[in-house]
Design a protein around this ligand. Structure first.
Ligand code: ADP
Length: 256
């Protein structure tokens, strides 16, 4: 069954903060705990690549000193770790910027057709590297929504990148943009990969939540992508609906 992940409101909205003032103190404690969990998780995620960098530096200074072959290999891994830390910091900054403007409704008129074309072009190198064909199914007319173009680019970059990374085995990703007059504008990103086990689906938009530990080593990612998607969509009053079937694939639909 489809799971709608778009129903909750961001923490930062004035309505929410106002309502909170009248709530049980235990809820405030909850939010406090979530914040410190977040800081602990973020620190842990940064510490892992940092520890690995330190290990390699020590090895290069000591046991592997003068070993040119080892140098090349270790420097490659160190660059990977540094890139991982950069991605993490970028994602953390995105999230904190989004929290700051959670209560401001975006107000540009954005046509999703060029947005999706742009995202497909930007992801072409990754798709080619993974051997995935991203097919677009676009309407004749415009698909206009009220929004923030850069943020919407970020949403579809994340969803299409995930479909390529995790749905890789299917070798194809379909992106449908639907804009019937008198009904909601919708974008669906569909892959034919292994799918997401039902018990994980409600949690995948949580910060740092990753379904498989093996994936977090083999597939590049921070576990923050869908948290960012959810923040942006909440601000856009849009919903994220996930349908996933094990062994068949996954459909992430954004409904404006
Ligand atoms: P990241 O990709 O950086 O790990 P995300 O927040 O984008 O983080 O995704 C969280 C997790 O949800 C991923 O680690 C993956 O386990 C799962 N996931 C996301 N998209 C898909 C998909 N299309 N198919 C299968 N699993 C997915």
């Amino acid at each position: 069954a489809p799971v709608d992940l778009g129903a909750t409101e961001g923490f930062g909205s004035p309505q929410r903060l106002f309502a909170l003032a009248f709530r049980d103190i235990s809820e405030l404690r909850n939010i406090d705990r979530m914040r410190s969990d977040f800081v602990a998780n973020a620190s842990h995620e940064l510490r892992t690549p940092l520890a690995s960098l330190r290990g390699f530096i020590e090895t290069l200074q000591g046991p592997a000193k003068g070993d040119v072959k080892a140098h090349d290999r270790f420097l490659g891994i160190m660059l990977e770790q540094a890139n991982r830390m950069s991605r993490l910091v970028d994602d953390l900054l995105s999230l904190s910027r989004l929290e700051l403007k959670a209560h401001i409704a975006p107000d540009q008129t954005v046509d999703l057709v060029p947005v999706i074309n742009h995202v497909r072009d930007a992801l072409l190198p990754l798709a080619q590297e993974l051997g995935v064909d991203v097919k677009l199914h676009l309407p004749e007319a415009k698909a206009e929504v009220l929004g923030d173009r850069d943020e919407l680019v970020q949403v579809f970059e994340n969803l299409i990148e995930n479909a390529c990374k995790y749905g890789q085995e299917g070798k194809q990703v379909d992106v449908y943009v639907r804009a019937e007059p008198a009904s909601a504008v919708e974008v669906s990103v569909v892959d034919y990969g292994p799918g997401i086990p039902a018990e994980h689906v409600p949690r995948i938009t949580e910060r740092f939540y990753r379904v498989s530990v093996a994936d977090s080593r083999s597939k590049k990612g921070t576990g923050l992508g869908l948290a960012i998607v959810k923040h942006i969509l909440t601000r856009h009053r849009a919903r994220l609906i996930v349908k996933s079937e094990l062994g068949k694939g996954t459909d992430f639909t954004v409904r404006f």
